[in-house]
Design a binder for this molecule. Structure first.
Ligand SMILES: [Cu+2]
Length: 147
């Protein structure tokens, strides 16, 4: 009797496992962009501009066309370009990543520029939302730090 039962249970278990794996993509939409390792600069008192930094990792093509934050009135993608002896900020109209590409926004290079800095009182974290050309919104909550 055990000889009949054991294969039956094994088959049942295998079927359950297969259906659980099969269900996974439907339950959780595939993420094409992961936002990590980020922080938002806490500007000195009176300063109404700030910047946010993070790492973007794409599993599919992504073209980011807008950025938003409840901490600021306007958010722009910026990069740094050399102008003689100076490094100047320049706005990027969009940020594109190829499948598998990782792009780091860090001090001295690409960054998210926050204009009209107006965080809620005592805020220690803030949301940054990046908007794909297809309308997908990617939101991450980042800590506020001085550096
Ligand atoms: Cu900037």
């Amino acid at each position: 009797m055990n000889a009949f039962r054991a294969p039956g249970l094994a088959l049942l278990f295998a079927t359950l496992l297969a259906s659980a794996v099969g269900c996974a993509p439907a339950e959780e939409a595939p993420r094409t962009l992961t936002l990590s390792e980020g922080w938002i600069r806490l500007p000195p008192p009176g300063q109404d501009r700030s910047a946010a930094y993070l790492t973007l990792a794409a599993t599919a093509s992504v073209t980011l066309v807008a950025a938003e934050s409840p901490l600021a009135q306007r958010v722009e993608f910026h990069t740094m370009v050399r102008d003689g002896d100076l490094m100047r900020m320049r706005q990027l109209p969009e940020v594109s990543l190829a499948p598998g590409e990782t792009r780091r926004f860090a001090p001295g290079g690409d960054h998210l520029m926050l204009f009209g800095w107006a965080p809620p009182a005592e805020a220690r974290v803030g949301e940054i939302t990046l908007v794909d050309a297809d309308g997908t919104r990617y939101t991450v909550t980042l800590p506020l730090r001085e550096r």
